[in-house]
Design a protein around this ligand. Sequence first.
Ligand code: LMR
Length: 397
Amino acid sequence: MFEHLQAYGGDPIFRLNEAFHADPRDRKVNLTIGLYYDEQGRLPLLDVARRAEEQWAAKGQPRGYLPIEGLASYRSAVQKLVFGADSKVLQEGRVATIQTLGGSGALKVGGDFLHEAYPNSEMWISDPAWDNHHSIFRGSGIPTHTYRYYDPATRGLDFTGLMEDISVLPEYSIVLLHPCCHNPTGADLSDEQWLQLIPVLQQRKLIPFLDMAYQGFGRSLDEDAFAVRAMVDAGLTFLLANSFSKNFSYYSERCGGLSVVCKSADEADRVLGQLKAVVRRIYSNPPSHGGQAIASVLSDESLLAEWAADVETMRQRIAAMRKHVHDRLKELAPQYDSSYFVKQQGMFCYTGLTKEQIQKLRDDFGVYVLESGRISVPGLNQSNVDYFAESLAAVVA
Ligand code: LMR
């Protein structure tokens, strides 16, 4: 029956992560998948999350279905986190928010929704991109293309290229943007650049779809949402996917959100209905466990402050590892420009290493970097960061 099917080549990120775990060498460093590891190389379960889970478990609640759109307290907590607690757009009831299966689930529901609302619209995604962006939206039936984003010469943003490409898109094109911590490059637009881009999106009647999977890992929870809030201030209609996988360390709980900012409360109501229709036909309704914990943490002032402090600790550790590599490389390979380690921000660093250098890192040093040259910085800690810098210095020499 299925003889005609081809073998799945595997996902480039998950496949490499598995190859790392299968590597029998003692000395090896995993910089593949975007997971936040602590200083001991462990995946944290945040204490604030553990306590919230225990409290909920102690209540022995029955496990009825959640509403299709998810838990009301969770959706409201998501809105306050991403738009700001005092956001005008929330007071006006102009945002339709649903609980989703992680950030990827939000992209999928958003993709299906947009393809129905604008069947002729195509999507533009940064070059380079998180590979799965193309797969998810093509899976929704939306043709995808790329806009210029990254300049290999500076290992930074090609803002001129981005503006040139976006300014000529057909009306109602969908533009996928990362408000912070761009995956895979770590190169973000500055606040001023967002303020230049937003009028172009508006004048050309484009549909921005923001993917915010790393809120809090760049500058702070609030500052990382600058683009979101600037779009609200400018009166744009847009979609926003957010995720708690990284900043709540809740990867397998699949907790995310999809918000659509609308022109009026009435429009938001109809959009919410359509989002529910999409969810109902894909997975019917979301699970409750992780969402309950997040809702109880985010809706309690002191627990929220505790979680925000945890996120800040993660952010600072990532920044410290970036600086450590940069400083060590200055000593070990002074001719090599390692400034990109500190100029890029968030979980990922885009090294620009060649295929041969990446292979050599893996074969000779057990250092696993994605084939694109992306490294996930939190795989570094005090016990392996010097080894990594030395390995990198050896391959770039
Ligand atoms: C990554 O880019 O490594 C993460 O977003 C994990 C994933 O699902 O690919």
